[in-house]
Structures are given as C-alpha cells and as structure tokens.
Design a protein around this ligand. Structure first.
Ligand SMILES: [Zn+2]
Length: 270
C-alpha cells in the first residue's frame, strides 16, 4: 500500500484526491510514511495533520472521505509554470503570472490562508488582510482581462470570486473559526442546537434582560456585556484549536454564533 507513495513525486498537477483507505489503511501507516519520507506532508480529514510538516501546505479540499498528499517539491516554485508564457512561478500561491500578468487557473488545493500568505490559525490580526485582498483584486479582477481570451476571462472570474470568498471568510472571526475546523476535516453542523444546560440558562437570562431593558442605554450595556463574553469565547476557541481539541472548539463556535446573533438583535433595537 505504501508503494503508492512513488506517485507523489509527480508534480502537483498530476495529483488527484485519493480515498483515505486506498493509500493508508490507518493513521499509523500514514504517520510511518512521513517518517520514512520526511519531505512528504500528509493532510486530510480525521485530524491526519502531521506535526512539523505544515510548510507547502496541501489539504483535503473535497469531501471528507478523500485527501491529498503533496510533496514539498510539488509546490516548489519551479514546478508551476504559467499556462500563457511558460514562465516559472515566482511566488506562492501562483494565482497570476509575474512575467506576463496572465491569471492562472484555479487550484482548489490552495486554501484561504495560503491565498493571503497566512499561517493557518485563528489569530490573523496583525497581517493586514484587507491590503492583501486589495492587492489580489488588482491582479485578478475580471475587468482587467476584458480584452483577453475566454479562457483567461474564466480564470479571472473564478480566481477573483475565490479571493472574495477567502477574504469574507477569514475577515470575520466566526466564519474563520468554522473554516478552520472544516479545513481540519472536522464536521460542523450549523443546524445542531445547543444542549449545554449552563449555556441554555445563560441564553434565557440574556433574552429576559433584553426584553426587560427600559431604554437604549440599558440595551447598550447588555450588548457590551455580550461582547465581553464573545471575546472570551474567541480566546478560548483559539486555545482549543491550537490544542486540537475540536470538540471544545465546536462548542465554542456555537457560543460565538449565539452571541453574534444576540448582538445583531440588540443592534436592530438601537
Ligand atoms: Zn506568464
């Protein structure tokens, strides 16, 4: 089974998602493989992210039952060439060519953090996401390629849309939190209701206090209290994610979701 690894010496464009079980029978086998071939990174669902191999990221971008394996060579700059002029990628991620400015085809294995050159994690405060987003839009915006081929127009439309999605997902703390756990292959069901009794009591109390608020000042006070709770939940989520405690992370996402909705409801009344 592990002999399949020779496939991974192929450039990234030849790699396709494999079923987990078609390559590795178990987590142990996957781990052994990366010990034997330390320049290979294995990413995928079921928390198969192997420590110390986060560079040149690959990840499971499709369904939960498939994953991808990328060698560190696969995403080497030299391996990616511009479809239009043939120049090698000068930077990663390779969304547009630095030589001829052609927009490159969409590569779904590049995750939202890769797009903005960010380390995968919850805290992205110091990384000026908005500026990076604007820089991409200057290079990828469909209006820039209106005189180009249909092929490039399609690439620009897809890349631009994906960068917009990436920006909106990462710029909002809640959607960033959800994206992060999903990137780890963790299933997050947005419809699942809250079952923690303590939290249900807290929700009741917030609801009552909002109903009983006598004026806008009282509502503003409740809102600021909820924002404090939201901030604490976000900090706890960050720690839970770092510790790979995904159960806790999912519970905190539900808290964050509730607090954000409660704040929205209060703001409608203000
Ligand atoms: Zn080019």
């Amino acid at each position: 089974m592990l002999s399949s690894l020779k496939l991974f010496k192929l450039p990234i464009k030849y790699l396709t998602p494999f079923s987990c079980s078609s390559i590795f029978g178990s987590y142990g086998e996957a781990r052994d493989a990366t010990v034997r071939w330390p320049h290979f990174s294995v990413f995928g669902p079921h928390s198969w992210f192997l420590e110390g191999l986060q560079g040149n990221s690959g990840f499971c971008s499709s369904s939960c039952c498939s994953f991808r394996v990328f060698s560190s060579f696969a995403v080497d700059k030299g391996d990616q060439k511009c479809w239009s002029c043939g120049a090698s990628a000068a930077s990663f991620p390779f969304l547009s060519c630095d030589s001829c400015r052609s927009v490159q085809p969409l590569d779904p294995s590049i995750n939202y953090f890769d797009i903005f050159g960010l380390k995968k994690g919850y805290d992205i405060r110091d990384h000026n996401l908005e500026n990076k987003y604007k820089e991409w839009q200057k290079k990828l915006h469909p209006d820039l390629v209106h005189s180009k081929s249909e092929r490039e127009k399609n690439y620009a439309a897809e890349q631009s849309l994906r960068v917009i999605e990436a920006y909106h997902t990462l710029s909002r703390p809640l959607s960033r939190a959800i994206y992060l756990v999903r990137l780890e292959g963790v299933d997050f069901d947005e419809e699942k209701t809250i079952s923690d009794p303590d939290f249900l009591v807290e929700i009741m109390e917030i609801r009552e206090s909002v109903e009983e608020a006598v004026d806008k000042e009282a509502l503003k006070q409740i809102e600021s209290e909820i924002r404090v709770k939201l901030g604490k939940a976000q900090n706890s989520y960050e720690k839970a994610f770092e510790n790979r405690d995904f159960e806790d992370a999912l519970t905190l996402i539900r808290r964050m979701t509730y607090y954000e909705r409660a704040i929205e409801e209060i703001e409608k009344k203000l």
